[in-house]
Write a protein that binds this ligand. Sequence first.
Ligand code: AMP
Ligand code: ZN
Length: 458
Amino acid sequence: MPLVLYDTWSRTLRAFEPIHADHVGLYCCGPTVYDHAHIGNLRTYIFEDVLRRTLQLNGYNVRHVVNITDVGHLVSDADEGEDKMEKGSRRTGESARAIAERYTEAFMDDWRALNLLEPALWCRATDHIAEQIAFIAELEEKGYTYRTSDGIYFDTGKQDDYGFLARLDVAGLQAGKRVALGDKRRATDFALWKFSPAGSTRQMEWSSPWGRGFPGWHIECSAMSAKYLGPWFDLHCGGEDHIAVHHSNEIAQTQARHGTRLANFWMHGHFLMLDAGKMSKSGGDFVRLQSVIERGVDPLAYRYLCLSAHYRSSLRFNEGALDAAQSALGRLRKTYRQWPQGGAPDAHAIARFKAEVDHDLNLPRALAVLWEVVRSDLPPATRRATVDAFDAVLGLKLDQWHDKPVSIPVAIAALADERAEARAQKRWSEADRLREALRVAGWYVEDSASGQVLRPLD
Ligand code: AMP
Ligand code: ZN
C-alpha cells in the first residue's frame, strides 16, 4: 500500500512520490526565538517528526531542514508593529541576539526532551541575509516589487493565483481593508525588506541596495529552502495558522523567482487548544513543556498525548488529558519491561500498523493496533520485537526507559554545579560550553524551577 498524505494545496489525499531518487526534501517552519516555545508549537514539531519517521519507515532518506526565525517576524503577521525580537529585548533588557541565543537553546532542550529527531540542518535567518537580499533583488528585476515609505513590498496583484493555497478571497480582503492599507497597494501585499525607522537604530539591521533595514519574515523561508533543498522539493510543513499568510507568501515569492510552488506537498498540523481557546505565545497565557515537567509529567507523555489525536484535528489540552496520557504511557512501559528480548516481530501486526501510519499518519488507529498487540496472546518476546518496530515511528523510547533512579558520578555532578553557577551569573556561553561537556560525557541537563536535573543520555 502506498504512503498517502493530505496535501493542503490540492485539499486531497495523494499518494506520495519522491521527486529525487536519493532523498526526500522536508522543510519545516521553525520557532521565532523571542520567547519560549509553548506546547502548541511543540505539537506541530511532533507531527512533523512523525511524518519524518514515517517517510523513513518507507525507506526514504529524509533531508530535514528547520529554520530559526531570529529577525523580521513582526508582532502582526500583516507587517505592522514591532519586530518580535526587538520587543522581547525591551521586555527582558537583554540584547536581541542574546535573547535569540537563549531561547534557541531552550528550544533545543524541548526538542531533545520530546525525542524529536535532529534535522539534517538548522538554519538561522540572520545567517542568510545575503541570500534574502539576492532573492529580493531578483524579484525587483522581474518587476514584482514596489517601494513604500517603510519598505520594499511584494506586489501580489501580479499573480492571478495568489493565495490559492489558502483559497483566499483576495477581492473580499481588498474591499474590507481599503481604509487601513497605508502605503500598500493591496491588502495582501507584504514586506520583503523593511527600512530601519528614520532617526533610530535597530539592534538588528543590515545595509542593502534599498537602504538599511531588515528582511521581512516570509523571505527567509523561500531563500533558505531554495538554498538547501532546491526550489522544488517534496514536503513543506507548519501549523495551520501559516496557510493564509506565511505559506501563501512563501509560494508567491518562489513562484515569481523560480516558477514553482516550492513543495509538492504542503502539510499543516492543526492547533492545540486550551479550554479557554487558542494557545498563543503573544497572548501571554501559554503552557511550556517545562511546566509539564514541573508537574512531574514525563515530556514523552505529552508526546503520547499528541499521538492520540490525528494531526488534522484540533486537540484540546487540559490536565486530565495529560494525566491520562501519562498513565497510559506508564502502563505501556511497565508491561513492555516484562517482555524478554530476542523475538522476531509479528509480520501481520507490523503490516496493520504500517497501513495506519501510511494512511495520512493515522496515529490514533496505529496506537489502537499497538494496544491490541500489548494485550494479545502473542509470545512476549514477539510482542517486544513488534512494539520496538512500532516505536521507530512513535518515538516513545520504550527500550530506553529505566524506572530506577540513576546515580550520578562525582565528576559529572561537579560539572553540573559549575554550569548552574554560570547560569546563575548569566554567563550563557560558559553555561552552554558546560552543557556540551556534559552531553559529550553522556549526560543531559534539564532546567526546572527547583534547579537542574541530570539524566543519562540514552
Ligand atoms: P512560531 O514560533 O510562532 O513561529 O510558531 C512555530 C510553529 O508552531 C509554527 O509551525 C506554528 O504554525 C505552530 N503553532 C503556533 N501555535 C500553535 C498551536 N496552538 N498549536 C499547534 N501549532 C502551533
Ligand atoms: Zn516559514
